[in-house]
Design a protein around this ligand. Sequence first.
Ligand SMILES: O=C[C@H](O)COP(=O)(O)O
Length: 259
Amino acid sequence: MDMKGRSSLVVGNWKMNGSLALAENWAKEFAALWRQAAPAAEAGLCVPSVFLDRLVRSLRAEGLEAVEPGAEDVSVREGSGAFTGEVSASMLRDAGARLCIVGHSERRTLFGESNASVVLKVKALAAQGIRPIVCVGETREEREAGRTSEVILAQVRAVLGGCGIESLAGGAFAYEPLWAIGSGAAASLEQIEPVHAAIRAALCEADAGASEKVRVLYGGSVKPANAAAILALPHVDGALVGGASLKAESFYGICACGR
Ligand SMILES: O=C[C@H](O)COP(=O)(O)O
């Protein structure tokens, strides 16, 4: 199904970077740019949860309702309880999160995140009305072995089968080839498009109306210089942006390429 009529969603991911001061200054700088020319794209910014409240207040102070604040991870445990160090979806909601990244490859590879925990997290977020951004991606070795589609579709289907399309509604899958993340070189347009088309087909298989409910974003070295070409691809509904989201001007430049 063609998504061209739909606006792009461009989401920043600060990872373990930034500060309270940056959250405040970023909101000021981004708001000044947004006021000059509001892009067609929808924008979101996911930050370490300790900065979330400051980001929310700073965006509000600037009157920047157009940017959805978000978190980078959430506990599988709901509500509250004796789970030292965990932050639940209801706590994120309380702090103003509207989006949350789940299953980023850094969490999958460095912190043992599984498809099963991704499913629990998506359900916990859905219960709080927070839109999930579920990351999937293949390693360089998997791509070179010709296993890209198999790996991506196994991740997508595990999540779709485990939590159902309604828990993902309003959210997105983000295709992030591990070898492109933080490398400075994005995947080529020829590499991106077929993977997005395959994810879209898997969504439609699960639910005929899924394309209207769940976006498919690309992530991996997106910057202002390559964003226009990537965001113009028919099955790309937006971007998940790491490094370039730390600078308000670069992130705005990417948002401005959306539709
Ligand atoms: O979540 C964001 C991705 O991991 C991409 O990071 P990057 O834009 O720094 O390559």
